[in-house]
Design a protein around this ligand. Structure first.
Ligand SMILES: Nc1ncnc2c1ncn2[C@@H]1O[C@H](COP(=O)(O)OP(=O)(O)OP(=O)(O)O)[C@@H](O)[C@H]1O
Ligand SMILES: [Mg+2]
Length: 496
């Protein structure tokens, strides 16, 4: 049993945790839910010794423990998989797992023994991971399992998983949950942070709800439901379904003709043709890795195409740069917010004008206009509810969902004629999802064209007016999401 009592933690003026108390029973799966910035990651990083609390106690099986760093946590059988993976891309699975775990020198490291041990662990839980594989060749789902192995290799009895499913496909989520259930059968304890209420209901035994840095509720999963959880989390009723009027599309804004884009392994986009009109949301459904990333990057000017053409408002724009396309009125909300969306070590002012800092009124005569930058930043923070709203902090210190709201706000402020948006609500809390969905529909209804990629089949089918299904770089379906079942779309996605 792991117990947190009255944990407190502040970062400068920001109180991230206050009176956080929760009990995780051994052999159970315990969910932690709450809005972006509620303090979930902070509380769990304290249990893992990544941060030290300013006050409060941690005990294991009734005995107070002093967890000053992750070493202490590991010694107490606690492991953690962070919200963002911490693997070295160019090294093998075994090298990543053993790194930091071996006590001896690197020379003494017995990689063959490590390979064998990891293979056994992997087989035990049916993780299907080859210890000799290089990380960059693995899918996101596989990398996740490597992170699990890393914790298990260090003999963790209690695993803390911070939004483990945010980047997984629906099939991967199911496989992952089977793994968690097997771990539970073996007597392990799991703490899982997630924003997805259906997952909470499917996998957990107990739920703790956090709000504004505090633990505000604890319920048995069997005794609750999605509506009630949503209310506990946000403090009001939440619309869990998207409600939107029919679209009234007009002229073609984007026309893609026979587009080809090379990826890591050959053609990622293979002669794709489609159009997006003003006033409609066109969704792209597909299992991740079927060309959607490369397609969006080519449309945003971030990747070169190797055939075909792209037309924007009747003009050929195939080889234009990202900046030129932005000038024409194309905004882009990227799937990888850390790599493409933000300067993590810069403040919110810089991030609010990223990519458009040279434009009037943000700059004039080659000089930045700090008053204009300040008011643009405040506008985004206010309209998109970025919390905490202190613009002098660095983007890295924002919680994941608030980073996403900042990017969305920045791109919406450009009043784009075409918005390219990938995974808009990944890692975002239910209240903010409702908000982002409403904003996307408002943008559509103001006459913009929206091209939406999401790994959440429910999200694309709910938001899109027209749905394209992509498989192995080709469009294999163009359907009306209102009249096509999720099962049918799923079959097109997998080619079944
Ligand atoms: N290293 C840090 N420096 C400064 N502030 C921080 C730091 N880490 C977290 N915070 C702040 O503490 C609060 C809680 O953040 P935390 O990451 O724990 O939220 P969360 O519940 O995990 O949110 P999300 O669902 O978005 O991941 C937020 O206001 C955040 O901005
Ligand atoms: Mg978090």
């Amino acid at each position: 049993m792991l117990e947190l009592r009255n944990i407190r933690k502040a970062f400068g003026d920001c109180v991230a945790n206050e009176n956080v108390s929760l009990t995780v029973h051994t052999g159970t799966i315990h969910a932690i839910v709450g809005e972006n910035g509620a303090g979930k990651s902070t509380a769990m990083k304290i249990a893992y010794g990544f941060y030290n609390a300013d006050g409060g106690e941690i005990s294991i099986d009734g005995k107070p423990v002093n967890i000053r760093n992750p070493h202490d946590a590991i010694a107490n059988g606690i492991g953690m998989v962070h919200q963002h993976f911490m693997l070295v891309d160019t090294m093998t699975v075994a090298e990543n797992i053993v790194l930091g775990a071996e006590t001896g020198s690197a020379a003494a490291l017995d990689i063959e023994k490590a390979n064998a041990d990891i293979k056994t662990l992997s087989d035990d839980l049916k993780l299907n991971i080859d210890p000799r594989a290089v990380i960059e060749d693995l899918s996101v789902g596989q990398q996740q399992r490597v992170e699990l192995l890393k914790a298990l290799y260090r003999n963790a009895d209690l695993l803390i998983l911070d939004e483990p499913t945010a980047v997984l496909t629906p099939q991967e989520v199911e496989d992952f949950f089977s793994i968690l259930r097997r771990m539970k059968e073996q007597g392990k304890t799991v703490v899982i942070i997630t924003h997805k209420l259906d997952e909470v209901l499917a996998i957990s035994d107990e739920v703790t709800v956090m709000r504004d840095g505090k633990t505000v509720g604890n319920v048995r999963t069997a005794d609750t439901n999605a509506q009630e959880l949503a209310r506990l989390i946000v403090g009001r009723d939440v619309l869990l379904r998207v409600e939107k009027p029919d679209a009234s599309p007009t002229n073609d804004v984007l026309k893609v003709n026979g587009l080809k884009v090379r990826g890591k392994h050959g053609l990622a986009v293979n002669e794709v043709s489609f159009a997006v009109r003003a006033g409609e949301i066109v969704g792209i459904a597909g299992i991740e890795g079927n060309g959607q990333t490369e397609l969006i990057e080519a449309l945003a000017g971030l990747a070169k195409s190797s055939g075909g053409s792209i037309e924007f408002e009747g003009r050929e724009v195939t080889s234009r740069s990202a900046r030129e396309l932005k000038e024409l009125g194309i905004a882009h909300i990227p799937e990888d917010r850390h790599k493409r969306g933000l300067l993590l070590n810069s403040d919110l002012f810089e991030n609010a004008i990223l990519g458009v800092h040279y434009r009037a009124p943000l700059a004039s005569g080659g000089m930045l206009n700090s008053a204009a930058i300040e008011s643009r930043t405040r506008e985004i923070i206010k309209k998109f509810d970025v919390r905490p709203g202190d613009a002098t902090q660095v983007a890295r210190s924002l919680s994941g969902g608030n980073q996403q709201k900042l990017i969305i706000g920045r791109e919406f402020e450009l009043n784009p004629k075409l918005l390219l948006v990938s995974q808009p609500t990944r890692g975002v809390d239910i209240g903010a999802i409702e908000f982002i969905h409403r904003k996307l529909i408002e943008l559509r209804d103001s006459g913009s064209a929206v091209l939406l990629v999401s790994a959440e089949l429910e999200e694309v089918t709910a938001l899109a007016d027209r749905l394209l299904v992509i498989r192995e770089g080709k469009i294999v379906g163009d359907v009306d999401p209102k009249t096509t079942s999720v099962e049918e779309i799923g079959l097109m996605m997998t080619g079944g």
